[in-house]
Write a protein that binds this ligand. Sequence first.
Ligand code: COA
Length: 259
Amino acid sequence: MAYETILTEVQDNVLVITLNREDKLNALNSILLGELALAINELYDNADLVGAVITGKGSKAFAAGADIAEFTALDASGARKLAQRGHDLFFRIENSPKPVVAAVNGFALGGGCELAMACHIRISGETAKFGQPEVNLGIIPGYGGTQRMTQLVGKGRAFELLMTGKMINGAEAYRIGLVNQLGHNDTLVDTSVELIQTIAAKAPVAIAQVIKSVNAVFEDGVNGYETEVDGFVACTGTADFKEGASAFLEKRKANFTGK
Ligand code: COA
């Protein structure tokens, strides 16, 4: 499918989504949010895809935030709609039953940092720049940043990043747990694809249940321990569980089918 603000390609059954507004540092405008939502639909719907990587075009930015040019006309109702749209999309990424990895190749600021945090795993270069600079504009994050930043780095560090609006580099983001792995900028996508393939070699139902159970930790009114038990039970009913256990006992590699 041809998009205006993103590029998509399939690399070894992994959907690589590249935010493609390089001249605006891949800022997330309204069109881009809509197109990213369509690409994520493709990840959900296409059984051949085993996961997705999200990255930014060019060497400078992953995404430098929501498109500030679209902020000027915002009233209260428009602001609520915009935030809701971002939340819906980022929840869909976070709840994808297939892994989504952010390959952070430069600035990940504001909505860009929020997008990276909505992905299951983040890989970045040492010189990438992370931050939530919204307070410099007189606003706060609107795409889940206050919640996911706190979940990932803890309350004290989240307060500091959110209240100072300061940028930290990839090495510091790695040190505080915002980033899972550091890599080289020119191989971030390949490293991310390889990581997804490692995950894709496991039983897909089990991976989907891991995602559901971990996300349940942060869901209001949901008992994550019960979610885990339900997921465990669901896995034991799969052909892949029988295959995994048999393969172990027969000292061979399991051949999972996703059933
Ligand atoms: N929304 C809209 N446009 C943006 C943008 C954003 N979030 N971030 C960058 N751009 C645009 C700039 O306006 C500029 O466009 P122009 O060439 O038409 O003037 C272009 O991208 C390049 O950015 P520029 O500021 O010239 O690059 P820089 O290297 O001097 O600075 C940043 C890089 C990231 C420090 C700076 O662009 C910045 O602070 N961006 C905003 C970050 C932010 O506040 N994000 C949170 C938004 S809620």
